[in-house]
Design a protein around this ligand. Sequence first.
Ligand SMILES: N[C@@H](CCC(=O)N[C@@H](CS)C(=O)NCC(=O)O)C(=O)O
Length: 235
Amino acid sequence: MGGQGDVTVLGTVVSPFALRVRMALYLKGVSYEYLEQNVFDKGELLVASNPVHKKVPVLIHGGKPVCESVAIVQYVDEFWTGAEFPSILPADPYDRAVARFWAAYVDDKLVAAVLGILRAATQEERDKKVEAAHAVVAPMEEAFATCSKGKAFFSGGDSVGYLDLALGCHLFWLETLRSMFGVNVIDAGRTPQLAAWAERFLETKAAKAVAPPANSMEEYAGKLRAIWAAAAAAK
Ligand SMILES: N[C@@H](CCC(=O)N[C@@H](CS)C(=O)NCC(=O)O)C(=O)O
């Protein structure tokens, strides 16, 4: 393993952003200490390490915190560089810019769509949110065709890269939405290439290495829904 200096990740097993960081470290072969956080009762280390947002994930490397999953993945890619470490971001500046564009799109639009489905109080509301999620996912079919260049992954190769991690980390929640509500956000009928990619991604060693424990996401979703319902009732 290629650990250089102490590496610690503050995360939760259900945080897609923490899963993204852990998959990046896995790809690099960097070993790290993992400290599970309680985001409903935040510990001192989390608050001290990410005083602005107080969110996971945080990477602490040699005592220095790096916050925000996108910044962390880029840091990991830039720190662990050289022949023994596979690159995560594309080498070509244009490909890199395109990958960053879609990664930002995913975090901006897809996360909101997932939360919308999770938060819906009625079936009718949920159906509308699923429709909205399909509209968010639709342009990514074309993005996959362009970025993958006929290969298995967004990276344009046979192993995962930056955009694979950016979208792939959310697949665990999409699976949870399927198990909880029977909805397919990435639907093989609408976006066949993307659906095939999602299946491939979940079979990778990186994805399997971080896959959340069974039912952990359903339990977390239950807590969130109870909090939202209580807040709505208190209004
Ligand atoms: N943009 C951030 C998002 C991080 C985030 O939303 N983390 C959530 C867990 S998935 C969190 O820590 N929530 C606690 C809170 O909002 O107080 C990233 O990419 O790291």
